[in-house]
Design a protein around this ligand. Structure first.
Ligand code: SAH
Length: 345
C-alpha cells in the first residue's frame, strides 16, 4: 500500500483523474490532513463514502508511531518517531516568547557524515527517510500544538544530512510550503548542511528562497576535517564558493554554524581564522555551544570563551548569534534521545 504523504500534489491529482474525478478532491484531502488534522479517511466527511473507502484501500495515512514524547519546562517538546521498519528518528517543537513555533525535523535514520561530536552519526546511516516520513514528523508535531498555535518555522536540523536526501526532502518541503499543505513560506525554512557543494548547487537550482545554514565549525581544513570528516572530500574553499553562489543566486544571506567545543575550536586563533575566511561576506555566524554527548571526548565551552569568540567576530563586522540551549531537559542534541531509549547512553 502507498503512503498518502509520499504522493506529490500532482500524483494525488493524477490518482483522482484516473478515476474520472475532479482535481479539487485532492485539495480536499490535503486540507483534511494538514489543516483539519484528520487521522483517518472516514473523518473526511465532505468526500463521498465510496471515495473514502477507495482512498482507504489504496493509501496508508499514518506509517509511524510515537515511541517517546518528552516535554521541557521551556515549552520544547521532543518526539521519538518509529517507522514501520523499526527505524527511529527524532523531531522537536520549540516555542519562543514571540509566539513562534519552530519545528525541527530529521531527514535520515542515522547519518553517514560522521561528525566527531554528533550523536546522530555514531552508528552510521541506516537509510533515507521518504518524503512521507519527513512530512509525518511535521504533522505529528502539529498535533502537539494548542488551539491557536501554528507552526511558523521549519528547521531541517534533526538527524541526518538533508542535502544527501534532497530527492525526498524537496517534495516534502514543497507540500509544506503549498497553501494546500502547511502554507509555510520557504523563507521560513532553514536547511542545515555539513556542506555538500553539489547539494548546495541543486538547492539553488530549485529557485526557492530557502534559508541555507552551513555547519562550518572551523575555517582551517585540518581542524575541520577532524571535526567533520566529510570535509576531506571537498574542503573549505569549495564549500564557501558554493555558499557564495547560493547567496548570489537566491539573494538569501547564508548562515554559518559553529559548534563550539571547549578547548578544541573555541580559542582566539580559531575566531581569527574564521574572520579571515568569512570576512567581507554578508554572513551570519551562529555559535552553538556543544551539548555534551555521553561517550564522546568533548566538553562544552566556557561561557567566557564563547563571549570572547563572539566579540572577535563582531569586531570584524560579522553578524553573530549565540544559540542558547533550549530543551536541555529533553536530550535536545539530535540523536541523544534515540540512543538513550536504546540503552546506548
Ligand atoms: N547534517 C546537518 C544537520 C545536522 S544537525 C549539518 O551538519 O548541518 C544541526 C546542527 O547541530 C549542526 O550544525 C551540527 O553540527 C550541530 N550539532 C550536532 N551535534 C551537536 C551537539 N552535540 N551539540 C551542539 N550542536 C550539535
Amino acid at each position: 500500500m502507498l503512503n498518502l504523504l509520499d504522493q506529490t500534489s500532482d500524483q494525488l491529482r493524477g490518482w483522482f483523474a484516473e478515476r474520472g474525478l475532479p482535481g479539487y478532491r485532492a485539495r480536499q484531502v490535503w486540507r483534511w490532513i494538514f489543516a483539519r488534522r484528520a487521522e483517518r479517511f472516514d473523518q473526511m466527511t465532505d468526500l463521498p463514502g465510496q471515495l473514502r473507502q477507495a482512498l482507504n484501500a489504496a493509501f496508508r495515512l499514518w506509517t509511524s508511531r510515537i515511541a517517546a514524547h518528552q516535554r521541557a519546562d521551556d515549552g520544547a517538546e521532543k518526539l521519538l518517531v518509529e517507522m514501520t521498519d523499526g527505524q527511529r528518528v527524532e523531531c522537536v517543537l520549540l516555542r519562543d516568547d514571540r509566539g513562534h513555533c519552530t519545528i525541527c525535523i530529521s531527514t535520515q535514520a542515522g547519518c553517514a557524515m560522521g561528525c566527531a561530536f554528533c550523536a546522530s552519526g555514531m552508528d552510521g546511516l541506516a537509510r533515507n527517510l521518504t518524503s512521507g516520513e519527513i512530512l509525518e514528523q511535521m504533522l505529528r508535531l502539529q498535533q502537539c500544538l494548542a488551539a491557536g498555535e501554528r507552526i511558523s518555522h521549519i528547521v531541517v536540523m534533526g538527524m541526518g544530512e538533508p542535502l544527501a536526501n534532497l530527492d525526498n526532502l524537496l517534495p516534502a518541503l514543497a507540500l509544506a510550503a503549498s497553501p494546500e499543505g502547511l502554507g509555510i513560506s520557504p523563507r521560513r525554512v532553514t536547511i542545515s548542511t555539513v556542506g555538500l557543494p553539489e547539494g548546495i548547487g541543486r538547492l539553488a537550482d530549485e529557485n526557492r528562497p530557502y534559508h541555507l545554514a552551513v555547519s562550518l565549525h572551523a575555517a582551517d581544513d585540518d581542524l575541520r576535517s577532524r571535526l567533520a570528516p566529510a570535509n576531506r572530500r571537498w574542503g573549505v574553499a569549495a564549500i564557501l564558493a558554493a555558499a557564495d553562489d547560493y547567496f548570489t543566486r537566491t539573494g538569501r544571506r547564508v548562515t554559518f554554524e559553529v559548534v563550539l567545543l571547549g578547548g578544541v575550536n573555541d580559542r582566539p586563533e580559531h575566531a581569527r581564522s574564521l574572520v579571515e575566511r568569512l570576512g567581507g561576506r554578508p554572513a551570519l555566524v551562529n555559535l552553538i555551544p556543544f551539548n555534551p554527548v555521553a561517550g564522546l571526548p568533548f566538553a562544552a565551552p566556557r561561557s567566557a570563551d564563547v563571549a570572547r569568540f563572539a566579540d572577535t567576530l563582531r569586531a570584524a563586522g560579522l553578524a553573530v548569534k549565540i544559540r542558547y540551549r533550549k530543551g536541555d531537559a529533553i536530550d535536545a542534541a539530535c540523536g541523544q534521545l534515540r540512543r538513550r531509549e536504546r540503552g546506548q547512553e
